[in-house]
Design a protein around this ligand. Structure first.
Ligand code: 4AD
Length: 519
């Protein structure tokens, strides 16, 4: 019987009573073998033969689809590629060596038709990432993007379980905040669209922004819980159109109290990277295989080498030495005091055997106000970045300045001690040495899967075809994973954007200065 719209309800009720609804992954594992089952999903391929119709159904629960066989008596209504279907039938062993089980259909219901001529993806055709990116609302129907999203989900779970196992408390840091943690002024301002009482009134009593980092909030919490982390959306209005920058991305951030050295932080970063990657490898092997076979061939070896070898640690001074001794013709200067650019990061990673490398003890003036002063010569901060193959900077972190006198002096020099009086309170009342780091989650996915363009690692859906913000940004302006700006982004006290630091945090009672308009 072909089920039509008129008896759809009857069919549903019938299925509910008699057949177990299985996910495709469950059917492929053979549960309910020989039983009446119902499968719901989208058609991934169709083959019509004289006697039988074969089609593959996928519901996103696994990379592999489930084959359905329907006799020609059932198949006068042939489901097309892309259509949504509900099939009732018997789950049987398949004679075909490539698939263990299949469903012999008794009823087929086409839930949602799909015109294969208009549908942007074609059956059995491999589409380029540039092409697929034009359809942010439909690309989850492709094999490679659905694999990416399953891996993303598993990696999220792996990171949460890593921190849970290590005794970290998860903190939901605010998305709307009034502080500019990084001090680089790369902020999106938030305002209500509905009219307020008077024209001058804004919704919040202080200028409010989308968070650029949950760090300062985590620092507050690390003063009570010792080990805390957050994993949430982060926003930066960076004027950087590259293959590794997003305006909205996810950041994993951790903060640890009673931490004495940058090495304490590097251990957690490395351990988290290994633990999450091993879990993804174990739980999503088919999806990872698809990437390493078809999307980024050869990348598996790169990741295996990362997992086998310990990450290197060098100081910023050593990194500068390596760059200066190289014969490479760098575009950006390599003098002590310059920020490391993408071309430098790439070179350093290659120099260290194409393995992840921690770079520590950056020039003090390159790092934000909270970074701990090493009080050495040349003047450095206890800060660390993790550089990885193909991506460059994956993590950034530091020990935080816990000494009240040094922190006060730094904030006073910028005229911000009142604004940050709440932050100074953390040093006044039970201050403990502490530190932390942040890891860009999309860059992590780029790193383990070899994804060239960060826009292919996030499920975005801004507007329709061709209208999304990302599509305007497809052309890289500098190197293949380049940061373009030559201006150090985190200088405190030597950039015009230092003013932005005075945007106050939630805990401050001081009235805020006007919001930043330009950097
Ligand atoms: O190095 P960042 O700016 O460090 C911080 O925000 C610290 N407050 C974190 C902390 O110590 N709690 O950013 C951390 C990481 C970078 O290493 C990078 O991987 C990622 O966040 N990131 C971006 N990822 C995608 N698009 C962007 N625009 C990014 N900006 C930073």
């Amino acid at each position: 019987m072909i089920v039509t719209d008129s008896n759809r309800k009857k069919f549903r009720n019938y299925c509910k009573k008699t057949a177990t609804t299985l996910r495709v992954s469950e059917a492929l594992s053979g549960v309910s073998l020989g039983a009446d089952v119902t499968i719901q999903g989208w058609v991934r391929s169709v083959r019509s033969q004289k006697e039988n119709l074969f089609f593959d159904v996928n519901d996103g629960s696994s990379l592999q689809s489930l084959q359905v066989i329907a006799s020609s008596s059932l198949s006068n209504l042939v489901p097309t590629f892309g259509s949504a279907v509900e099939v009732r039938g018997v789950l049987k062993k398949s004679p075909h060596p490539k698939q263990p089980f299949e469903v012999e259909a008794e009823d087929i219901h086409i839930v949602g038709e799909c015109n294969p001529v208009e549908f942007p993806f074609k059956v059995k055709k491999r589409h380029s990432s540039d092409y697929v990116r034009q359809f942010p609302h439909l690309r989850c129907r492709t094999n490679s993007f659905s694999s990416l999203l399953r891996i993303r989900s598993e990696a999220t779970a792996a990171i949460h379980s890593y921190f849970k196992d290590k005794g970290f408390v998860q903190i939901h840091t605010p998305v709307i905040t009034s502080n500019d943690c990084e001090g680089a002024g790369e902020l999106f301002q938030v305002e209500a669209t509905c009219p307020q009482d008077s024209e001058d009134d804004s919704f919040f009593s202080v200028p409010a922004y989308l968070t650029v980092s949950g760090q300062l909030h985590l620092e507050v919490m690390s003063g009570a819980f010792s080990r805390v982390y957050t994993f949430g959306p982060t926003f930066r209005a960076e004027n950087s159109q590259s293959r590794r920058h997003l305006a909205e991305f996810y950041m994993v951030e951790a903060e640890l109290s009673f931490t004495q050295s940058v090495e304490d932080l590097t251990k957690i970063m490395e351990d988290m990277f290994r633990s999450a990657t091993e879990q993804v490898w174990a739980q999503c092997s088919d999806d990872v295989d698809l990437f390493h076979k078809h999307v980024t061939p050869g990348h598996r070896e790169t990741v295996e080498a990362m997992l086998k070898n310990r990450f290197a640690i060098i100081s910023y001074g050593e990194a500068i030495d390596i760059l200066q001794r190289s014969s490479e013709d760098f575009v950006f200067p390599t003098d002590w005091g310059c920020d490391l650019q993408t071309e430098h990061e790439k070179y350093i990673v290659k120099h260290c055997g194409n393995l992840p490398v921690f770079v520590t003890d950056y020039p003090y003036d390159l790092k934000p106000f909270y970074a701990r002063d090493n009080q050495d010569h040349p003047h450095t901060a206890a800060a660390v970045d993790l550089l990885v193959p193909g991506v460059g900077e994956l993590c950034g972190g530091s020990l935080r300045e816990e000494r009240l006198d040094l922190l006060t002096a730094r904030l006073e020099a910028a005229g911000l001690e009142e604004t940050y009086s709440w932050y100074l309170d953390l040093r006044r009342f039970g201050s403990a040495p502490h530190g932390g780091f942040g890891m860009g989650f999309e860059r992590y996915l780029q790193c383990i899967l070899g994804i060239d363009n960060i826009k292919d690692s996030i499920p975005r859906q801004l507007g329709g075809r061709g209208k999304s913000w990302e599509n305007k940004q497809q052309t890289p302006r500098a190197t293949s994973f380049g940061r373009i700006s030559s201006v150090p982004s985190r200088v405190f006290g030597s950039r015009p954007c230092v003013k932005h630091l005075s945007t106050i945090a939630h805990w401050s009672s001081a009235p805020p200065p006007p919001p930043p308009r330009s950097a």
